[in-house]
Design a protein around this ligand. Structure first.
Ligand code: WQD
Length: 326
């Protein structure tokens, strides 16, 4: 029996693939390599195509049968918030279309287990600073809506044909479990700061007049290695009787943008004095996960704190093509 990892060559997927492979499990990856490279998954079998493309269901059925798949972990999706606002139909076609094709193949072959990459983006701009899974879900962009709709589709398939599923709502994922598996995209705070430093520019802080202790936004940073472990915990939990379906993955504590930038400065030994710029539209001042539910139901806790996350991100950056010489 094998686990199918869809989007397994990506930043988070490759970490989960590494953990499963190190554990000696059979794995097959489907990935279109649109934002990643095959070397991230070593010798794990890779079938290259886009699960949202026309005719994908038949190809997924074939992969499931060829590899005797009994569980699926689904990462493959577009995830740029700004792009999702500009191209909503592309996001619905890719994220919802891909999910529907995948579930259709699972229904056809009788595969009943799925772990789904959801996001804190399903909450939008919550009123509570510490978000529980039952907090109101009101995403504020098409990207977040595709994730929430994804959860609804899974719930409908559970009712209709007995799918067993878990949706993991990721908070701010960062770091690297292995230096060669760092986040190659420059889309989030830590890579964006490192990118600026690599260009010899000052990091940017988008707004320091928020109602927080140092005036900058607070987020819950979770180490990608911890997040990968959460998928393993969820896979085990699916074999039992889980009382819930959706779970936050965060640490339950927050760090401000200024703290992140300062820690990057101290870890790297570089001058990371930031420039303060205007607020970025749509940034909630404070977003922290309640990590209680996943602890209670799966005995999972994300343990790495900010310095460790940033050290691993720095090490991965230095192992990559844009190494910063001091
Ligand atoms: C963090 C904080 C910025 C860059 C996004 C998505 C979310 C999820 C995770 C996928 C904010 C500030 C950033 C910079 C800065 N994605 N910042 N200077 O916005 O919390 O979440 O990624 O699931 O859906 O919205 O993450 O890393 O972009 O920003 O001051 O150069 O850092 O304004 O306060 P965010 P982020």
């Amino acid at each position: 029996m094998a686990t199918l990892v869809v989007g397994g060559a990506g930043y988070i997927g490759a970490h989960v693939v590494r953990l499963l492979a190190d554990d000696g499990q059979d794995i097959v990856v489907i990935d279109d390599l649109s934002t990643s490279t095959a070397d991230r998954i070593g010798s794990v079998p890779l079938v290259r195509f886009d699960v949202a493309a026309e005719g994908a269901t038949a190809r997924i059925v074939e992969v499931i049968r060829d590899h005797d798949v009994d569980a699926v972990i689904h990462f493959a999706a577009r995830k740029q918030v700004g792009e999702s606002v500009a191209k909503p139909l592309y996001y619905y076609q890719q994220n919802i279309g891909g999910m529907v094709n995948l579930l259709a193949a699972m229904e056809e072959t009788g595969v009943k287990k799925m772990i789904f990459s959801s996001s804190a983006a399903v909450y939008g701009e919550p009123e509570e600073a510490v978000v529980v899974e039952d907090s109101r879900t009101e995403p504020i962009n098409p990207y977040g809506r595709t994730k929430l709709i994804g959860e609804w589709i899974l719930a409908d398939c559970e009712r209709a044909w007995g799918l067993k599923w878990v949706g993991l709502r990721y908070f701010n994922v960062a770091g690297a479990g292995w230096p060669e598996l760092g986040d190659s995209a420059v889309m989030n705070l830590i890579p964006m700061v490192l990118d600026r430093l690599a260009k010899g520019e000052q990091p940017r802080v988008f707004g320091d007049d928020y109602p927080t202790p140092d005036g900058t936004c607070i987020r819950d940073y979770v180490h990608v290695r911890d997040l990968a472990q959460a998928h393993i915990a969820a896979m085990h939990a699916l074999d039992g009787d889980l009382p819930n379906r959706v779970y936050n993955v965060g640490t339950g504590t927050g760090a401000s943008v200024k703290e992140v930038v300062e820690t990057i400065g101290s870890v790297s030994g570089l001058d990371a004095t930031p420039v303060i710029e205007e607020r970025r539209a749509g940034d909630p001042p404070k977003l922290i996960a309640s990590a209680d539910r996943i602890k209670a139901d799966m005995d999972f806790t994300a343990t790495a704190q900010l310095p460790e996350i940033i050290s691993s991100a720095w090490e991965a950056w230095q192992a990559g093509p844009r190494r910063i010489e001091k």
